[in-house]
Design a protein around this ligand. Structure first.
Ligand code: ZN
Length: 152
């Protein structure tokens, strides 16, 4: 387990489409463990593989509901709307107002390749949407109606 360096906006790796995971091996497990260590150290609500320079469809989300690992995640249903502040470990010192669905149903694989489903609501849903956007090279600043500077 290790803390990985979080790539910052301006780096091309954040703007690329990630590849599906096809091999569920120790390397994937190590990546997930490192994402967990890194998001906890950075006190983020989530972290996506491209944020540590890996173009794979892998994210972690760390919220009040618990710690979640999503491999090859897909949002299959979205309901409602919420508008609120969002930040990103790859866009330091800023926050922005973003509108997201209030409820999302996600299909994903666990670290062993087993397909699963989960429903996320409220801030959890926001975090899922934000992290999944990273897998397609989208940053919240692309969606924000307004961004402002904050102290880290
Ligand atoms: Zn982010």
């Amino acid at each position: 387990m290790a803390i990985r360096n979080v790539v910052q906006v301006g780096d091309d790796v954040l703007r690329k489409k990630c590849f599906e995971v096809t091999v569920f091996d120790e390397k994937l497990a190590a990546l997930l463990d490192d994402l967990k260590d890194t998001v906890r150290k950075e006190e983020g609500a989530g972290l996506a593989a491209p944020q540590v320079g890996i173009l794979r469809r892998v994210v972690v989300v760390d919220v009040d509901e618990g710690f979640f690992e999503f491999v090859n995640p897909v949002i299959v249903e979205a309901k409602g709307e919420q508008t609120g502040y969002e930040g990103c470990l790859s866009v330091r010192g800023k926050r922005g107002i973003v509108t997201r669905p209030n409820v999302v149903k996600v299909e994903y694989s666990d670290r062993k390749g087993k397909r699963k489903k989960l429903v996320a609501r409220g801030f959890f849903a926001r975090a899922v949407c934000h992290e999944l956007d990273h897998l397609d090279g989208i940053l919240y600043t692309d969606r924000a109606e307004k961004t402002e500077n904050v102290r880290d």
